[in-house]
Design a protein around this ligand. Sequence first.
Ligand SMILES: *Cc1c(COP(=O)(O)O)cnc(C)c1O
Length: 483
Amino acid sequence: MSAPGDMPAEEVRRHAHDVADWVADFLTNVEGLPVLPAVIPGQVESQLAASAPRSGESMEDILRDFREVLVPGTTHWNHPGFFAYFANTASGPGILGETLTAALNSNAMVWRTGPAATELEGRTLDWLRQMLGLPDVFRGHINDTASVGSLVALAAARHVATEGRVRDEGLTALPPLRFYTSAHAHSSIEKSAIVLGVGTNGVRKIPVDDQWRMDVSALRDAIAQDRASGALPVAVTATVGTTTTASVDPVPEIAEICREEKLWLHVDAAYGGAMGVCPEYRTMLAGCEHADSFLVNPHKWLFTPMDCSALYCRDQEALRAAFSLVPGYLMTAEQGASRDLMDYGPALGRRNRALKLWMVLRYFGVDGCAERIRHHVKLAQDFAKTVDAADDWEVVAPVNMSLVLYRHRPSHLNSVEELADHNRAIMDSVNGSGRAFISQTQIEHPRLGSVFALRTAVGNLKTQQTHLDGLWEELQTAAAIAR
Ligand SMILES: *Cc1c(COP(=O)(O)O)cnc(C)c1O
């Protein structure tokens, strides 16, 4: 009997071919699967064995359950009819990159434990920075998500604002800390405040103007009030591409306030940053060159599989000062000369997330990425025109990026509640069709008042005009039934 060990390499080869065939077939046929699976909570779990098998099973059996139990319980983000939240793509080159990442299993805690992974991450994020037209004072690293990226940036801001005291003393001896962001910022900013001891009450949610952009005079007032009351302002988070309407905060004015007030400016462009790849849309990133930190998610609108979020920071020393802690067992001879990625956030171990991004950027090229983003913007704009031109339908916010907000508004329905119920019924019916998956949001509209809006975001590489035509068909059918 042989010593216990891994699956024999020849068996890996055989199943890798099976898996490659499955992936290619899936990418070919995903459109035929329902985007949103018809499962109820607990249904998948009830089909899975309650305990791990005593002895090993064949890969054939395992892959069969993957196909028969897991795939039917999957919401297909890689489906061309995925329009909910912000659509994303696991592109071909990205899937291949993930596979190689798993094979190498680099853990770039310190440079020595992943020299290529560490340096590839720096270089690839330099590429992306150039693609967005951001200055070379920014250096980037990759986090799993924007939520963690913002947490890391705001922790560095907190370190700087407290002159490092928070690191040693915690929050005990400090005045109450304040974060500023718009009422339309992503919930991750508030979550960062929870984790960083600022608390949700320490987040000043600045009101927005009639285009859902942060009101800068309200920001000024809030900072002045906090200073007067003895609180310590720490950071302003501006959003380029808000979750609700893809609005863009007035970053140049906010940057000016941050400069005067000596506050850290963090820009959350998790979705909208990708617009900067197209030179004609780059004005949307105006002012971001003044930020202290800037964040964009390649796993959102840059065709890279989950997870990959790029965080750029002007002052790398601030990040290291907030996070670096080198126990004896992690010391290496090259420390000081090397970049050790464990110094840039709370995690020690880290996957090589740069490989898939590098492969995506090389495969599509800068122009190819721009062309694809432009195509999505055009699809969204054309969809908005179709909706707006139809009787009883209206688009309720400007199409800033690839996001369309709209509703059905038949004349016999008047109250906010009736319209919300009606549009919710339309959404449920569209999502039940399996052809498309859309989401919803609630906005205060300057003219229309409180609006329950349907939300369609274009962002999957497979999405073409036919899929938006299909969605429009489903919407009209659903509206006719819901009437
Ligand atoms: C999607 C999004 C986030 C959250 O991204 P995760 O990577 O899922 O944490 C944060 N901010 C904005 C503006 C987003 O669009």
